[in-house]
Design a protein around this ligand. Sequence first.
Ligand code: UDX
Length: 440
Amino acid sequence: MKVTVVGTGYVGLVSGACLAEMGNDVLCLDVDPQKIRILKDGGIPIHEPGLDKVVERNVAAGRLHFTTDVEEAVRFGTIQFIAVGTPPDEDGSADLKYVLAAARNIGRLMTDYKVVVDKSTVPVGTADKVRAAIAEELQARGVDVNFSVVSNPEFLKEGAAVEDFMKPDRIVVGADDDQAIYLMRALYAPFQRNHDKLVVMDVRSAELTKYAANAMLATRISFMNELALLAERLGADIELVRQGIGSDPRIGYHFLYAGCGYGGSCFPKDVKALIKTAADAGQGLKVLQAVEDANDTQKLVLVDKIVKRFGEDLSGMKFALWGLAFKPNTDDMREATSRVVVAELFKRGAVVAAYDPVAMDEAKRIFGDEVRLSYATNPMHAIEGADALVIVTEWKEFRSPDFERIQRVLKSPVIFDGRNLYDPKLPRSFGLEYLPIGRP
Ligand code: UDX
């Protein structure tokens, strides 16, 4: 099938590359000539494991192309994915200007039937706006060409996006007409394995499904984080509680890890947007508001522990920080807890020596020439001359460190672990003070 993908960000590029991998002819459009140049030269503008190989293979096979030419892109695909950004505006609602601009371009230039697919995470009702924008452009041209609008939200996790796309749990397709459903079924046929993964529904339900999924996952995390704070007060161990409840199949083990708060490009934004949508619809979501508030508090949990241990005034102190990315296997620092921790430590007069396997360039972009933040070449380099160690991201390479050396090098041998990486007995057996989340 001929597919156009508008937007070569994280979602667009993964979708385009994976659809090409399944044998489709894919053209990816972006307004940013720099990005398109990188892609045409065989580079990848984002960090996503495995994506470079898929892109390389499909460019070589002549199935994956890149362009900045809007007209070429609209003409190309029968299926037109819109995968552009929807940044939150001040009140938390998703800003649709890029989505609607893409829709207008399609309406302005299309000459035959198109299925326009919303892939970006967009509020309920966006498909109607996309439909109206295209219809308006067609009307302005005085032409009558048929088209369908489909909602097909993505459920990709950063760091596992290729795998998630190639082996989806489910493929949600919201469509109101048979022709569009038929084409979407054909497009996703190669992804079907033992059972039908397509969940076909009306457009609005599909749009809400995406928010409901992320809001549910965020709820589990905030709930566990609050229970962890309670466990600390009661002298219980949240890790054992997690195992105890996760074994109930109605609860399950996933997304039950207490930590120093969730971040990333999806959960914080989608939780905010759903709260806003609900308020606008006259149906406040009390639970979800609490989820957001609890997460804001949780991002401060490490700093609270540091202050409790060393006092409010941290001037003259240096903290080693392991992890900058909002989670492992990505360089993404959007809404990352590390940013809150660094800012709060600065506020109290401390300096920070950070190490992250891939996110340090991103940190340099964010923090600029901030002199209070230095970058280490490896985890052990970060602790040199540091008073204590703070862990915010659960990178694999942090999981079995040389505790003996950490104990020897740190001035006050304390580890504040925001991701519960170790059996508490282990660092303590080396004479380290170990302060995890929700564990005695
Ligand atoms: C998420 C959804 O999982 C994905 O389906 C959706 O399409 C986009 O949003 P992503 O943001 O890439 O994906 O990361 P995810 O792995 O879900 O983690 C989100 C945040 O929650 C991270 O900060 C992570 O550290 C935190 N988290 C996750 C916890 O604190 N505890 C957990 O048990 C799981």
